[in-house]
Ligand binder design. Structure first.
Ligand code: GAP
Length: 514
């Protein structure tokens, strides 16, 4: 575990050193859980967004996109339930004055039981070697059984407390489990209180006329309130979807793990409107479609899992998360929810407008049901970074730091180097760059030895490097070096565009979805 934490720290440092992610307002020591994307980060982020957008909007005839405003009428958030119920249970430690999410403290405690079990398993695996049967060991080892029983009991108590919204019980669990504040080390806790996560501000020029409005905590409501506009102007027939990418804001109590939990972040959400009664079939379809989108990146199916929700929101009839194996465990990257007709019905009620669909096949009017797929851009970015980062031991004893980014997501697709700074090589290299820059991001580099230039490109995940040498001037060929294998081969300059587009374009990635 400590080793994984170390790797995570290195990834964060790498993100800063190579222009991917900087702490916001770093000159002023940063702002909690707010981050800026640098010159390479913004390219990677844009590529992730493009991959999602094109997969949703371009590849589905019945999905269209919108871009709604961040500010919305305040009643939207009353109707959606966010004003009354978008809360986290918080608890303060009286000695350190630090604030925590009560549910997160308990989830961490559950993870500790898992770690204890895992430790026993690893110890036994070493002891028994090849013949080790993990399932049998877990079913019979007294210590594992004890940890598992404690874990299950805690999980049940926790799920009940959440379901009943029982804040006193949450506090009691923290006391009974003897959970201590990581800063002060004491168990001197306040009561658990609810804390609304929405940021608010004032709109209007005078204090009297100003009204309180919120920074949207999810992009989904911009889609719901535009359902009628899009359905009518686009003459959309059910089933159809509306997709959107945009910023969302949450005043997270526990903001940690770098860009995993931020106060300002970006979501890619798609609401799929369907006929009532068909929603659970569509829920299944979207689970598969979204998993295929993730797995096309080639990170290995063992690094993903579905986590079906124990506790469903009162308006949902199915919900699952797609979790990815981060250095700090399997964590939610995307949520897929069957939200019934809750949101549209609420907006109809609060606005007094009829929000229905006239079905020309059955001559009936009804409020559509909704399947939502909701993924955080920043979490996706983090999962890509975590999976791609490697400190690779080379045969010659050296170590290289390389980002094995999926080529289609790489900020720079091709780097072009003149072998030396003379004999017309820089001019020839520049000619190649000028020709290819219309199709993808190309970088020209002449400083330092070739080996060092390769390393710099490895560190930002550039999939291909090209070296221009004397032979290039004679026969218009270059050496093309592959980032992952480090193999080099001679290719004609005229082939470069096709090679890069075939392996490193978003189109090539879209075609891998199955
Ligand atoms: N409209 C549904 C919705 O917003 P959610 O599970 O609260 O559902 C969806 O959020 C996704 O947004 C999450 O799976 C996660 O990827 C991302 N997300 C949520 N809160 C976040 C935060 N504080 N920082 C970064 N990403 C976040």
């Amino acid at each position: 575990m400590a080793q994984q934490e170390d790797v995570f720290k290195k990834i964060i440092a790498h993100c800063k050193e190579y222009g991917f992610v900087f702490p916001s307002s770093e000159l002023y020591d940063g702002l909690g859980a707010v981050y800026d994307y640098g010159q390479n980060g913004v390219e990677l982020k844009n590529n992730i967004k493009q991959y999602w957008w094109r997969s949703m909007v371009q590849l589905h005839e019945n999905i269209v996109g919108i871009d709604a405003a961040i500010f919305m009428h305040p009643t939207v958030w009353k109707a959606s339930g966010h004003v009354d119920a978008f809360n986290d249970p918080l608890i303060d430690n009286k000695d350190s004055k630090k604030r925590y999410r009560a549910d997160v403290l308990i989830e961490d405690q559950l993870a500790k039981y898992d770690e204890k079990i895992q430790k026993e398993v690893e110890k036994a695996r070493k002891r028994f070697g090849e013949s080790f049967d993990e399932q049998q060991f877990c079913a019979t080892n007294a210590r594992v059984i004890e940890h598992q029983q404690k874990r299950d009991a805690l999980h049940e108590r926790f799920a009940n407390a959440l379901n009943d919204n029982n804040l006193e019980e949450l506090r009691q669990i923290i006391v009974d489990e003897e959970i201590a504040c990581p800063i002060s080390g004491t168990r001197n806790w306040t009561d658990v209180r609810q804390f609304n996560l929405m940021f608010s501000t004032e709109m209007g020029s005078t204090a009297e006329a100003a009204s309180k409005i919120y920074l949207r905590p999810e992009t989904a409501q911009g889609i719901f309130v535009n359902y009628l506009n899009v359905q009518k102007t686009g003459r959309m027939k059910l089933p159809f979807g509306i997709a959107q990418i945009g910023k969302a804001f949450r005043n997270e109590i526990v903001a940690r793990q770098f860009i995993f939990r931020m106060r300002e972040f970006e979501q890619m959400e798609m609401q799929f409107f369907v006929k009532p009664g068909t929603e659970l079939d569509w829920f299944k379809t979207w689970k598969q479609t979204r998993m295929a989108w993730h797995q096309a990146l080639g990170f290995g199916s063992e690094n993903y899992r579905f986590h079906d929700h124990d506790k469903l929101a009162h308006y949902a009839n199915a919900a699952t998360d797609i979790e990815f194996h981060m250095p700090f465990g399997f964590k939610e990257v995307e949520g897929i929810h069957s939200r019934t007709n809750f949101d549209l019905s609420q907006h109809a009620k609060y606005s007094g407008k009829k929000i229905e669909y006239f079905d020309p096949e059955t001559n009936e009017s009804y409020t559509p049901y909704v399947i939502e797929t909701s993924i955080g851009v920043d979490r996706m970015f983090l999962s890509v970074m975590c999976h791609s980062y490697e400190e690779e031991q080379l045969a010659d004893g050296q170590t290289r730091t390389v980002l094995h980014l999926p080529a289609a997501l790489a900020p720079v697709k091709l780097a072009v180097f003149p072998l030396t700074k003379k004999d017309g090589l820089p001019e020839k290299a520049q000619e190649i760059v000028d020709d290819l820059r219309f199709d993808f991001n190309v970088k020209y580099e002449e400083k330092d030895q070739i080996g060092k230039r390769y390393r710099r490109m490895d560190a930002i995940g550039c999939p291909f490097c090209v070296t221009v040498d004397q032979q290039t001037l004679e026969d218009n060929t270059v050496t093309l070096r592959d980032r992952d294998s480090m193999e080099q081969r001679r290719v004609a300059i005229s082939e470069l565009r096709a090679i890069v587009l075939e392996q490193a374009s978003i189109t090539s990635l879209l075609k891998k979805q199955k």
